[in-house]
Structures are given as structure tokens and as C-alpha cells.
Write a protein that binds this ligand. Structure first.
Ligand SMILES: Cc1cc2nc3c(=O)[nH]c(=O)nc-3n(C[C@H](O)[C@H](O)[C@H](O)COP(=O)(O)OP(=O)(O)OC[C@H]3O[C@@H](n4cnc5c(N)ncnc54)[C@H](O)[C@@H]3O)c2cc1C
Length: 455
């Protein structure tokens, strides 16, 4: 039962902030969410989340956690045009040179635009009793009584004086550009240690009109192929009868062009021809949009010896990943669920309990994202013999996904965060990987036509 005397303040009304607000509402009588942006009424782009113009995949684990926090979410979003998928059957995955065999896997994903997902979460959260979402308010600092954080300071973007808001818990969900570490420093605490990796990735995205049922796949993902092929391309069939297409290049000189012909030509370089064919046949719905990705940052709040009570950072403010692995939203919502669980155990010592649990959620996706980036020799970061061995093994796994449906399924289970990476090294799987991964360089045969599926 929520305690009506308790008030939680959440800074940032995006994926992490909204899901944290939902999870905290189980124990806090009042939750107030502030965002500095003007939040649109429906599904529309806004300044504070420029990444929303680029294709966002929702992993199976993220979909399951969101459905748990917001029962009925998948059906509601499907009614608004999002496309529920079986992640192996309905999606073309190209990790090596060949597409993975498609087969029913039970891995349930959702192709939804970032803007629709966020607007839906906002609607659901704002409708919760006791929850208020206030836009046009920028968080500028914290209130502190010498032991614990007692609230936050917010400034109306339209002008006017700073406002002090009392809170029993403050959640910083202000994303990659957060000022959490500086705020800690201003209170006399150490900044958390940071791990940073920058693969130098550039995304260029464009929407195209989608005719439902015309293609036999709901999405196609050509993952970047390491130093030998440092580029990739994605098309997700989403709401608004659109293909959200993102082409990406890793490292200097690899950025996809932003002009029409150059964009199409870049797609033609991908190992599987279907994305290029799609772009040639579909009508573009606007110009390509370019984004140079900032690097990935993991802030080690769990290692701080001294930290104030009643303050936590979540989502990208705690750890932001290379989006090529599609993990950010899933990790954010999994943290929100854990924050709710930590709050149910009481407010004393909550940050320590939450950060310990959050670190366990982050470990695997961070190793995948940072380790994968380190496969590129130009990327700076802490390398060890283990990193090189793991990357060599992952390259074999990726090659094997093109030949063995069971390896593909296991790899997808791991990358969708529903199985641990060790499961790729268990004896029967290890043998399949070593056998099927040995012929990585053999080119793929042309994809056979398949009956259309209603996606
Ligand atoms: C190009 C790109 C592609 C991506 N693709 C994927 C993908 O396929 N799958 C996936 O899961 N993830 C993907 N991600 C990652 C995903 O976008 C993030 O992990 C996710 O948005 C994290 O949510 P968040 O709420 O922590 O932060 P954000 O979504 O960045 O939101 C931060 C919020 O805080 C607000 N804010 C900022 N400062 C203040 C302040 N001072 N006061 C008040 N409000 C403030 C902003 O307006 C915003 O609403 C991608 C990221 C990028 C950059």
C-alpha cells in the first residue's frame, strides 16, 4: 500500500523517469515528474530526446517488464499501429555474412516508434492517482540537510524563480546529459568513477512508407560486422505504417551519406540485399537525419564509499550504451522495476540497495556493448586477453547464426537479455558454434522467397 505521506520526485519524463514513477507509485502516495521539455499531447518528436528520430528496437526482456508494469501495453500499442513480433521468425537478422534461419522462438518483441512508446507511457503514468507530470520545468539542483537529500530545485523554463520541491526520494532520470555527478560534488561528495567507450558511430535515419503485408518480414537488422565491415543497417516496421530505417557506420570515414542517392548506395553495401531493395521500392517520408552518437558511459555509483541518502540515478543517467545493441530502454525499465522493489524494502539505505541491484542488471549488457566496441582496434578502452578471446568467440557465434537455427536462437536469447551469456558456452552449444562458425567467410546464397506473414 502506498504511504500517503511520502512524496517522490522524478527528474526527467522519458523512458526511465516514467517507468520509475510507475514503480514508485506502489509505495509513495505522491509522485511528481518534472521535465524541462514541453511534452507533446500525442506521439511526436521533441527536443529533449533527439534519438527518437532513429530506429529503436525493444528487446524481449524490455517488452516483458513493460507489460508487467503496464498491463495491456502490448495490445494497446498494437491497436495504435505497433507491430508485435516473434523475434526470430518475423525479423531478418544478419550478424555475419548470412541471415539467421527464421523460426518460431517464443521471443516476443515489439516494433514501435520511440515517440509512440513514450507518449503511451506518459498517458498511463499521468492517469495514475497521485502522480503529476509537469513539463517546462528544468531541474537545477538538489536540497540536502547534511545527511540526506530532501528535495530538488526546479526552474520554470518559461521564466520565473527557482522552486524548491520537498521529496522523500529524488530520482535523477535526466539521461546522458545529466548533471548528477556535479550535483553530488556540490554537496561535498566524490563524483562516481566513470568508464567511457566511444566507438565513433554515426547514425543516419529516414522514414519510408510501409504497405503492411507487402514484405515477409517485420524488421531487418544487418549488424555492423567488426573491423572488416564497420557498418550496418536496420529497418523496423512501426506504427504510422512506416519503415524506420537507420544506417550506421563505425569509425572515421564510415558515416552514411545524407543525400538520397548516397543513402541508397550505402544500403546496397549491406550483406543482405533486402534492406536495399526495400529502400528502392518504398516512398521516402522526409529527409535523412544524422546523429553522431556520444560515447557510452557507465557511472559506478555502486562503488561510492559515501553517498547521500534518498537520491538515485537511473536509466542513461546511470549507464548509457552503444545503441547498436538496442539495450538502453530495456535496461532502464528493468532498473525502474528494481527501484520499485528496493523502495518496498524501506527508504533507509535505499540507494545502496538499488545500486547493487542495478549493477547486476547493467553488467551483462555493458560487457556486450563495451566489449563489442573494443573489437574495433581504433576504439580506446581497457583491453585484456579476455576481451580478445570473448570477441573472437562472439565472431564465431555470429558466423554460426547464419547456419544453425539453434545457435541463432540462443544468441538472440542472450542479446535480448533473457539468458546469460554463459549459456552460449555450455557444451552442446559450444560444439555447434565451433563447427558452424568455422566458415565465417563463405558468402550467403540469395534469400529464398517466403510466404508473406501479416506484419
Ligand atoms: C541513436 C540512438 C538509438 C537508440 N536505439 C535504441 C534501441 O534501439 N533500443 C533501446 O532500447 N535503446 C536505444 N537507445 C537508447 C535509448 O534511447 C535510451 O537508453 C533511453 O532513452 C534512456 O532513457 P532515459 O529516460 O534514461 O533518458 P532520455 O530518454 O534521454 O530522457 C531524458 C529526459 O530528461 C529530460 N531532461 C534532461 N535534462 C533535464 C533537466 N535538467 N531537468 C528536467 N528534465 C531534464 C529530457 O527532456 C528527457 O525527457 C538509442 C539511443 C540513441 C542515441
Amino acid at each position: 500500500m502506498p504511504d500517503n505521506h511520502r512524496h517522490a520526485v522524478v527528474l526527467g519524463a522519458s523512458i526511465a523517469g516514467l517507468t520509475a514513477a510507475r514503480a514508485l507509485r506502489d509505495t509513495f502516495g505522491r509522485v511528481t515528474v518534472f521535465d524541462r521539455d514541453t511534452l507533446p499531447d500525442g506521439s511526436a518528436h521533441r527536443r529533449g530526446v533527439p534519438q527518437a528520430e532513429h530506429a529503436h528496437g525493444l528487446l524481449a526482456h524490455g517488452r516483458a517488464v513493460l507489460e508487467e508494469l503496464f498491463p495491456g501495453l502490448v495490445a494497446d500499442l498494437a491497436a495504435r499501429g505497433a507491430v508485435p513480433v516473434d523475434i526470430q521468425r518475423d525479423v531478418v537478422w544478419v550478424f555475419g555474412n548470412r541471415p539467421a534461419p527464421r523460426a518460431a522462438s517464443g521471443l516476443a518483441g515489439l516494433c514501435v516508434s520511440r515517440a509512440l512508446l513514450e507518449s503511451y507511457l506518459r498517458e498511463r503514468v499521468a492517469a495514475l492517482p497521485g502522480v503529476t507530470v509537469l513539463d517546462g520545468h528544468e531541474a537545477t539542483g538538489l536540497r540536502y540537510d547534511g545527511t540526506r537529500v530532501t528535495g530538488a530545485t526546479v526552474r520554470p523554463v518559461a521564466g520565473g524563480a527557482d522552486r524548491e520541491v520537498h521529496a522523500d526520494l529524488v530520482v535523477d532520470a535526466t539521461g546522458r546529459g545529466n548533471r548528477g555527478a556535479s550535483w553530488l560534488e556540490a554537496l561535498g561528495f566524490e563524483r562516481p568513477a566513470e568508464e567511457r567507450i566511444d566507438a565513433g558511430t554515426v547514425y543516419v535515419s529516414r522514414d519510408y512508407r510501409r504497405v503492411p503485408g507487402r514484405e515477409d518480414f517485420a524488421a531487418i537488422l544487418n549488424a555492423p560486422g567488426g573491423p572488416a565491415r564497420p557498418y550496418g543497417g536496420i529497418a523496423l516496421g512501426t506504427d504510422g505504417d512506416r519503415w524506420m530505417v537507420t544506417l550506421l557506420g563505425v569509425g572515421a570515414g564510415q558515416a552514411p551519406p545524407t543525400d538520397h542517392d548516397g543513402y541508397q548506395a550505402f544500403a546496397a553495401k549491406l550483406p543482405d540485399p533486402r534492406l536495399h531493395r526495400l529502400l528502392c521500392a518504398a516512398e521516402p517520408l522526409g529527409d535523412p537525419v544524422r546523429l553522431r552518437l556520444p560515447g557510452s558511459v557507465r557511472r559506478r555509483y555502486e562503488r561510492l564509499i559515501r553517498r547521500p541518502e534518498r537520491l538515485v540515478s537511473v536509466g542513461d543517467a546511470l549507464c548509457s550504451f552503444n545503441p547498436a545493441y538496442g539495450q538502453g530502454m530495456t535496461v532502464a525499465v528493468a532498473q525502474a522495476r528494481e527501484l520499485g522493489a528496493a523502495a518496498r524494502d524501506g527508504l533507509d539505505g535505499l540507494p545502496a540497495r538499488f545500486y547493487a541491484r542495478a549493477a547486476r542488471i547493467i553488467d551483462v549488457p555493458w560487457d556486450m556493448s563495451a566489449g563489442g566496441d573494443l573489437a574495433y582496434p581504433q576504439v580506446q578502452g581497457p583491453r585484456s586477453r579476455r576481451t580478445d578471446l570473448l570477441n573472437a568467440y562472439v565472431a564465431r557465434v555470429q558466423a554460426a547464426t547464419g547456419r544453425d537455427a539453434a545457435v541463432a536462437r540462443r544468441f538472440l536469447e542472450v542479446t535480448n537479455l533473457v539468458r546469460p551469456p554463459q549459456s552460449l558456452m555450455a557444451p552442446p552449444m559450444l560444439a555447434r558454434v565451433l563447427w558452424h562458425g568455422r566458415r565465417a567467410a563463405t558468402p550467403a546464397p540469395a534469400p529464398a522467397p517466403r510466404p508473406a506473414v501479416p506484419v
